[in-house]
Design a protein around this ligand. Structure first.
Ligand SMILES: [Zn+2]
Length: 154
């Protein structure tokens, strides 16, 4: 047994049984969580430019998951914030402290997106049933030629 707590999702795991990465010193993370955060860091670095701070963001994520937020939600929210809401990085102070303030808006956005995709799905189903004819292609049966026996082993 070598139980450690994942720095990024704050769940306990046995590092002799699960793939892990060292975050720094003796702080460990699931390999999966580590990679997810690295992807988010790359994205934020692009969006925040000169305001970006790797360490600040790393520590914010740790604090947020300790407060009970899911890593997935943090990643999705920050993508939404910079990609769709065009958030202003100069107000970020280098970190993602903004998360707790914008998360409720993100949830509303997500819910409306899910409703939209559900409506589209239903619409497509209706269209299919009502108007789309089903065409069945009938292929001619291939003629089987009898095989010619070259050898007789009897
Ligand atoms: Zn984890």
């Amino acid at each position: 047994m070598a139980d450690v707590i994942c720095f990024y999702c704050n769940k306990k795991f046995d590092r002799t049984k699960e793939a892990y990465e060292i975050v720094y010193g003796k702080r460990y993370a699931h390999k999966k969580c580590f990679n997810q955060v690295e992807n988010l860091q790359t994205f934020l670095k692009q969006k925040m430019g000169q305001y970006y701070s790797y360490q600040k963001i790393r520590n914010h994520i740790n604090k947020l998951t300790k407060d009970g937020y899911e890593l997935n939600d943090i990643c999705e929210t920050m993508h939404w914030w910079y990609e769709i809401k065009k958030g202003d990085p100069s107000k970020s102070n280098g970190g993602i402290g903004i998360f707790s303030f914008v998360y409720p808006d993100f949830l509303i956005y997500k819910e409306s997106q899910e409703k939209k995709s559900l409506i589209n799905k239903n619409k497509q189903l209706d269209d299919f049933v009502d108007t789309t004819p089903i065409e069945v292609e009938i292929k001619p049966t291939p003629v089987r030629r009898p095989r010619i026996r070259l050898f007789n082993f009897e």
